[in-house]
Write a protein that binds this ligand. Structure first.
Ligand code: FAD
Length: 733
């Protein structure tokens, strides 16, 4: 590989080579990021928590570049048709390449619109999407910018919220008129709050005439208090605005997101707040994960530049290795940079795969209720029954799909494939995994690796002068791991959704797919990945049945110690799989692109090596986590007088006459109690492993599958020492 990956390479890997509209969006977003945004960061605008005129300029730049309008649909003044998940993810990637706070401004505006898009009435959708795009020529109006207000100061309610202080009551309800609602809500950490002209807030009824919870839209010029509140003193993302607002407002009931019905004199919101959140967070967590991924990839070029130039100006002259290679003469810095890069690749691949999945699934997802109705299921009970029946068909479909093409019953497969409900349930099971996994792994492991990236810049890394804003990005990544649901929220979702047999069957199918792949392309690490997946699956099934030393079951909601690590391990595997698939896509489709012709083999080899490095890392993590869980809940045996695990010295010494050497041999290979009751000097007898032989053999196999991964790292490191980079970073530092 002679140069850093070009846009052509990325377009193929991330599957938008055919989408010129998205390529244009990437270009225009990039120009704002590396222009206006980078200048703001370089000029120290992150040094203030306040929203400044300069920060406001950034919003105007978004409006002009088409970033603001990307959420809207053409019929409402937008310019991109179709689903917006991948669009948002690409824009978030470009902006977060420079500054994630800047990316957050546009994502938070999307977050405010999402409840309306997902669950709003047609009138609400039209009104807010139309108002959220910049005015057309000749139009004179303010752009509606939104904020999403879920979290509250009391009683410290995070995203994982079942409890709420925000209240809604009937303020006034005249006969035959629209009811007016009194909304009281205090928000904590609300993004965009400095300039939001509307807020979508979660509230709970405090009135017998309103049922349950809902989300409600508040406008800045509604009657009452619209107090933007105190500014949050953030250590991160200072290019976005965050405040703790206070609302005491009267609004018409038509502002309930999704509308309401009146039943026996009670206002019943059509969607409770949980249903709205479910729809919103299923998608919006993905671009957050992509933001952290972008940071890792953006770190590569500044680090290479730093490493090469480290000793220039000293004694070395041009042409000497010290001058030309600098720190890159050292293996460790190269290897660590390979790790940072490989993690960035895996995270981006996972995030963008998730975004594409949501785009593909969106239409089906939106017609879910119609599908149920068409199958005759109207009540909750009927829907549950239908889902149970459909699950069986969906499992059959997945099992057929996993069979080799020439052996499967094609007719039955086609029949099942045409069943929209089957398709829906398979897609849903993936959505439930991909979104929390992206958020969890990209941001959590991403933050760890950003620390590594910063460390590669030495002391420079913890100064404000560090190019590429790496230290800021390191800190920022912690926020990405926190908002829209901190890590525990993602883990809680995963440990429930990953138990779905529909997901587990797909997972099993992926293992088969990776095994096939490994025989053609062993260098990708597909073999290690398949083995790690098998180990994970074995452990998962084991934990379902296993009990701890006190006889208490392990895989239970309350035992987060036993379940959460399995969610982490799964996320490592998913990220690697997406990375391997992207690499294969480059190899396949790149061959059809004449621009890449000569350079392609170099890129493919390099990305293949990164896959291998990353799968080795993931396999190590998964092996460690699984071993810890499988062994860790058994009590270690101790030297007890009744210990039956130990051989008695008297017995084996007696046998010495018959079998010479047995007394020494037994002492070497197992635990022996001496005649005075003493034991060898160690903690206790060795544990026995009855029932987990399956684990041991899989783990052994996995270790063997790491063969070649260090050679891959060496190769990738050598490429990093030779790859050409531009003279200077293309944005200010
Ligand atoms: C800069 C910024 C911008 C934000 N923007 C918005 C916004 O626009 N709109 C909005 O509504 N919110 C916003 N938030 C709020 C954000 O979503 C919450 O901060 C986040 O969800 C975490 O909630 P919390 O701070 O209350 O943490 P807590 O709930 O107090 O969590 C503390 C710790 O406990 C863990 N934990 C919590 N519950 C559980 C559990 N059940 N099981 C196991 N562990 C648990 C958490 O993972 C975390 O590690 C923003 C926050 C910040 C900092």
């Amino acid at each position: 590989m002679q140069t850093l990956p070009t846009d052509e390479v990325r377009q193929i890997m991330w599957r938008y080579a055919e989408r010129y509209d998205l390529q244009m969006l990437v270009q225009s977003t990039r120009s704002v990021a590396r222009g206006v945004v980078a200048r703001l960061v370089a000029d120290g605008e992150r040094n203030t928590h306040e929203w400044t005129a300069a920060k406001d300029e950034m919003l105007k730049a978004y409006d002009e570049a088409g970033v603001t309008a990307m959420m809207s649909k053409p019929q409402y003044g937008g310019y991109l048709d179709g689903p917006k998940n991948f669009v948002m993810a690409l824009a978030a990637f470009e902006l977060a390449w420079v500054d994630a706070g800047a990316a957050t401004c546009c994502l938070a505006a999307g977050l405010a619109l999402e409840p309306i898009i997902e669950r709003g009435t047609p009138e609400q959708v039209e009104e807010y999407l139309t108002r959220s795009v910049p005015p057309q020529p000749g139009e004179d109006r303010k752009i509606a910018r939104g904020a999403f207000c879920l979290t509250e100061p009391l009683p410290y309610v995070g995203v994982d919220t079942g409890i709420m202080c925000g209240k809604v009551r009937v303020a006034n309800w005249e006969d035959g008129q629209e009811p007016m609602l009194q909304v009281d809500k205090r928000g904590r950490f609300i993004t965009n709050m400095d300039y939001a002209s509307f807020v979508v807030a979660a509230v709970e009824s405090d009135d017998d005439r309103i049922k349950g919870t809902c989300m409600v839209i508040l406008e800045e010029d509604d009657e009452g208090v619209y107090d933007r509140g105190a500014v949050t003193h953030k250590l991160v993302h200072q290019l976005s605005s965050t405040r703790d607002p206070i609302f005491h407002m009267t609004v018409p009931a038509s502002r309930i997101v999704g509308g309401y019905t009146i039943v026996d004199g009670v206002i019943v919101p059509n969607h409770n707040h949980g249903k709205v959140l479910e729809a919103v967070f299923a998608r919006t967590r993905v671009p957050v994960g992509v933001m952290t991924a972008a940071k890792l990839l953006s770190a590569v070029e500044p680090i290479i530049r730093y490493q090469r130039g480290r000793f220039r100006g000293g004694e070395g002259a041009p042409g000497t290795p010290r001058y030309d290679l600098g720190l890159q003469m050292k293996e460790d810095v190269l290897h660590r940079l390979v790790d940072v890069w490989a993690t960035g690749e895996a995270a981006t691949s996972l995030g963008l795969a998730a975004a594409r999945h949501f785009d593909e699934f969106e239409e089906l997802d939106k017609t879910r209720d119609e599908l149920y109705a068409a199958a005759g299921a109207r009540s909750v009970r009927e829907v549950l029954k239908l889902r149970k029946q459909t699950e069986k068909l969906a499992l059959e479909y997945l099992e057929l799909l996993a069979e080799p093409e020439e052996e499967r019953d094609q007719e039955r497969l086609a029949e099942l494939k045409s069943n929209r409900l089957v398709e829906y349930m398979v897609g849903e099971s993936l959505s439930n995994i991909l979104s929390p996994a992206t958020k969890l792994w990209n941001t959590g492991q991403g933050a760890n690796m950003m620390r590594e990236a910063v460390s590669l810049m030495g002391g420079y890394g913890i100064t404000e002068d560090c190019p590429g804003f790496l230290p800021q990005k390191w800190m920022d990544s912690q926020l990405e791991a926190t908002y829209e649901g901190p890590e525990s929220v993602q883990r809680r979702q995963l440990i429930v959704t990953m138990t779905s047999e529909l997901f587990l069957t797909q997972f099993q199918g992926w293992i088969t797919e990776l095994r096939r792949l490994a025989s053609d392309r062993p260098g990708t690490g597909a073999c290690a990945l398949g083995s790690a997946m098998e180990l994970w699956l074995w452990t998962y099934r084991h934990l379902q049945e296993a009990k701890d030393a006190d006889g208490k079951p392990l895989y239970r909601d309350k035992r987060q110690g036993a379940t959460f690590p399995m969610a982490d391990a799964l996320a490592w595997l998913l990220a690697c799989r997406c990375q391997v698939l992207d690499c294969l896509e480059l190899e396949k489709k790149g061959a059809e692109n004449p621009v890449l012709a000569d350079a392609l083999p170099g890129y493919v080899q390099f990305f293949t090596d990164l896959c291998h490095v990353q799968t080795a890392h993931a396999a190590g993590e998964v092996g460690r986590i699984c071993a810890d869980l499988v062994y860790g809940y058994n009590r270690h045996p101790s030297w007890e007088p009744t210990c039956e695990a130990c051989a008695q010295a008297g017995e084996i010494d007696c046998l010495e006459g018959l079998i010479p050497g047995i007394s020494v041999g037994t002492r070497l290979t197992s635990d022996v109690v001496e005649s005075d009751g003493s034991h060898a000097n160690k903690a206790g007898p060795c544990p026995r492993f009855a029932g987990i032989e399956g684990f041991i053999s899989r783990r052994n196999k996995l270790d063997g599958c790491l063969t070649g991964s260090r050679l891959a790292k060496d190769r990738a490191g050598n490429v990093l020492a030779q790859v050409m980079i531009p003279e200077a970073l293309d944005y200010p530092s």
